[in-house]
Design a protein around this ligand. Structure first.
Ligand code: NAD
Length: 486
């Protein structure tokens, strides 16, 4: 059985308290190993190690040397691809075909993309006239922010963690990562890679545990943490914001969503069905950017519903490594209970169940896994809870609309504002509608097409701040103005 230890100051260690918790595979609920739960002592050790490393050899590296080191980290993840892949698939149950295409390669790429951004990012400069005529020169100078706490979720564990760690380290910070309690494996493995590549001890640290009354809360409350970057639920984001307010620490919050797709009658229907199929069901619906509300213009409503149903019926659940499998389980029994409660709620709120709505019959070994059926509903009222609350499962509600203005109003009728997808072949409409949607990311005739140089983040209750490209520099560095009187 595996033991998942903390990675502090370049070494693996267990908690002094001896406290552990189980890590189970959601495919069949088998026990994968025991995870050490960090207490005050381990969190403090990790933060102190990160603070000390800020002034150590890490700070002496030139930007080029730091970037070369991070490129090496990316290469080493790719060399150990199969180990990362197995660890991620065990923790999440997701199909290997998906993780080998998205999670691991993009998880590695995050160390390269930000290095290039940093190497090419200019800072501002202004010349100022002064009364004596000699003038003054102002220029921007960026410094690392310090110790960054990284709190990450379970849906894309490696990818979403390196999305933060990559730019944080590229900018010269040090990090303490608290991965989700459900997916400790790949973050732990990354410690080995850091050592193999010669990243100085204390630059990358990992503590395991839960949120409240555990490692997450201890880390965000630690006074030596200079900034906190978080991905997860909006409610957790509020708690983290409260913790960060003590000492006025900076935060970057990437939170939940209740994302809409708007499908106009002038769309390419093949593309719209294929894209919505991915946005609703990829990763078993556990993608923050995924679609849970689909609005379809009335003339194509019936055809869209029946074609999406036909497509969703081809989803094949099974073991991650099995040939042809394209649907994994949910991440845990706890999450399954949450998603199933919404499946029941949809029926009691009056939904027509077009597809699914239950638990699939799996063979005996998999029967204990966190499986749920891909599910499509129609007929719910706009204010039904199923239409309002984030479910984070393989499900969507489809509703007809009659005009562009109505579609925009429906899509914006949510406290969330993460992402949207608009399906139309009319370019003027695409530009008009995407401008009106209250979201951080809007796709037109596509979904999940990501350019790492672009801004990423949520509007309204989906988050605070933007990361990606130069926007990551805003969070991970402190911009200082130097004014030289000439
Ligand atoms: P979560 O909020 O339950 O947990 C996220 C992390 O926060 C975990 O590591 C958890 O242990 C930790 N945590 C919980 N309470 C804490 C506290 N009080 N203090 C410090 N840490 C705490 O989220 P989850 O269930 O792991 O992930 C699913 C959620 O993440 C969904 O809402 C999804 O939309 C969101 N998400 C958002 C994005 C985005 O980019 N906007 C990306 C992926 C997931």
């Amino acid at each position: 059985m595996k033991e998942y230890l903390h990675f502090i100051n370049g070494e693996y260690l267990a908690s002094e308290s001896g406290r552990t918790f189980e890590n189970r595979c959601p495919v069949d609920n088998r026990l994968l190993g025991m995870v050490s739960e960090a207490g005050e002592r381990e969190v403090d050790q990790a933060v102190v190690a990160a603070t000390t490393a800020l002034k150590g050899p890490w700070s002496q590296l030139t930007q080029a040397a730091r970037i070369a080191l991070l490129n090496k980290v990316a290469d080493r993840i790719n060399e150990r691809f199969d180990e990362f892949l197995e660890a991620e698939c065990n923790d999440t149950g997701k199909p290997r075909a998906l993780a080998s295409h998205i999670d691991i390669p993009r998880g590695a790429a995050n160390f390269k993309a930000f290095s290039e951004t940093l190497a090419n990012a200019p800072t501002e400069s202004f010349q100022l006239d002064t009364p004596d005529g000699t003038g003054a020169l102002n220029y921007g100078h960026r410094k690392p922010k310090g110790v960054i706490a990284v709190i990450s979720p379970w849906n894309l564990p490696l990818l979403l963690m390196t999305w933060k760690v990559g730019p944080a380290l590229a900018c010269g910070n040090t990090v303490v990562v608290k991965p989700s309690e459900d997916t400790p494996a790949t973050t732990t493995l990354l410690g080995e890679v850091m050592n193999e590549c010669g990243v100085p001890p204390g630059v990358f640290n990992v503590v395991h545990g839960f949120g409240p009354d555990s490692a997450g809360e201890l880390l965000t409350a630690h006074p030596l943490v200079n900034a906190i970057t978080f991905t997860g639920e909006t409610k957790t984001g509020e708690n983290i914001m409260r913790a960060a307010s003590v000492g006025l620490r900076d935060i970057s919050l990437e939170c939940g969503g209740k994302n809409a797709a708007v499908v106009f009658a002038d769309c390419d229907l093949d593309k719209a069905v294929e894209g919505t199929m991915r946005s609703a069901f990829a990763n078993c619906g556990q993608v923050c950017l995924g679609t849970e509300r689909v609005y379809v213009e009335r003339p194509i409503f019936d055809e869209f519903v029946s074609r999406l149903k036909l497509q969703a019926e081809t989803l094949r659940p099974g073991r991650p490594e099995a040939e042809g499998v394209n649907l994994g389980p949910l991440v845990s029994q706890k999450h399954k209970a949450k998603v199933m409660s919404y499946y029941d709620l949809a029926v009691s709120e009056g939904a027509t169940v077009v597809l699914g709505g239950g638990v699939p019959a799996m063979d005996s070994q998999l029967a204990e896994g966190a499986w749920v059926e891909p599910t499509i509903w129609t007929g719910l009222a706009e204010d039904a809870r199923v239409n309002k609350e984030e479910i984070f499962g393989p499900c969507c509600h489809i509703c007809p609309f009659d005009s562009e203005a109505e579609a925009i109003a429906l899509a914006n009728n949510t406290p969330y504002g993460l992402a949207a997808a608009v399906w139309t072949e009319n370019t003027a409409r695409a530009v008009r509608v995407s401008a009106e949607l209250d979201v951080g990311i809007c796709w037109v005739n596509s979904w999940f097409l990501r350019d790492l140089r672009t801004a990423f983040g949520g509007a309204k209750q989906s988050g605070i701040g933007r990361e990606g490209g130069v926007h990551s520099l805003e969070f991970y560095t402190e911009l200082k103005n130097v004014c030289i009187k000439l």
